[in-house]
Ligand binder design. Structure first.
Ligand code: HEM
Ligand SMILES: [Zn+2]
Ligand SMILES: [Zn+2]
Length: 151
């Protein structure tokens, strides 16, 4: 007699929200041979010919996982995270009074909540202009105390 396989509940939840209820089948689109995108979330690879990732890109979203955020660490695409807020600061980099690199060094997901709080009220309004959404946990990640599963 064989026991039922353990089910990874968090992964199932992610698939429900992305594919609209189809929890058994993996995404059907073909991944390109070089695709390094996380299959559990909306992370996409850099290959424009990757059908699996093209299918993920169809809707504009405001929730991002670390898998996605950690790709944006250059002057060409620079994302910051402060708490659970995600910012795309690419267009601001060259105007930053403390220089481009002080921001780029903090890009890709390390928590900038402290950096945010030492800025003036005026500067914090500028940060707000660059908000693109919220950080959510990728179903492939183990739950961590800094994330709330319910939100
Ligand atoms: C959305 C992102 C950011 C925006 C819009 C922003 C904006 C600004 C602005 C307007 C100032 C002038 C002083 C003030 O008004 O507080 C400033 C100063 C400064 N910022 Fe940022 N900043 C950002 C991210 C960061 C990050 C991630 C760091 C991390 C090191 C950082 C480090 C600094 C420092 C050290 C200063 C002081 C510069 C000085 O007074 O010489 N900033 N920032
Ligand atoms: Zn891909
Ligand atoms: Zn992921």
């Amino acid at each position: 007699m064989s026991l039922p396989k353990p089910v990874l509940i968090t992964a199932t939840m992610g698939l429900v929200s992305r594919t609209g209820g189809d929890i058994d089948k993996p995404p059907v689109e073909e991944r390109s041979a070089t695709c390094d995108a996380c299959p559990f979330c909306d992370d996409v690879c850099g290959d424009p010919a990757c059908a699996a990732c093209a299918a993920k890109k169809t809707t504009r979203r405001t929730r991002y996982t670390m898998c996605e955020v950690r790709r944006h660490t250059t002057v060409d695409s620079c994302w910051l995270v402060a708490g659970t807020t995600v910012y795309d600061v690419t267009s601001f980099l060259r105007r930053h009074p403390a220089g481009t690199m002080s921001i780029v060094r903090h890009a890709g997901g390390r928590d900038c909540a402290e950096d945010f709080s030492f800025h003036s009220a005026k500067a914090q309004k500028l940060w707000a202009n660059h908000k693109i959404g919220r950080l959510v946990r990728c179903p492939s990640e183990k739950s961590s105390p800094s994330f709330c599963l319910i939100s």
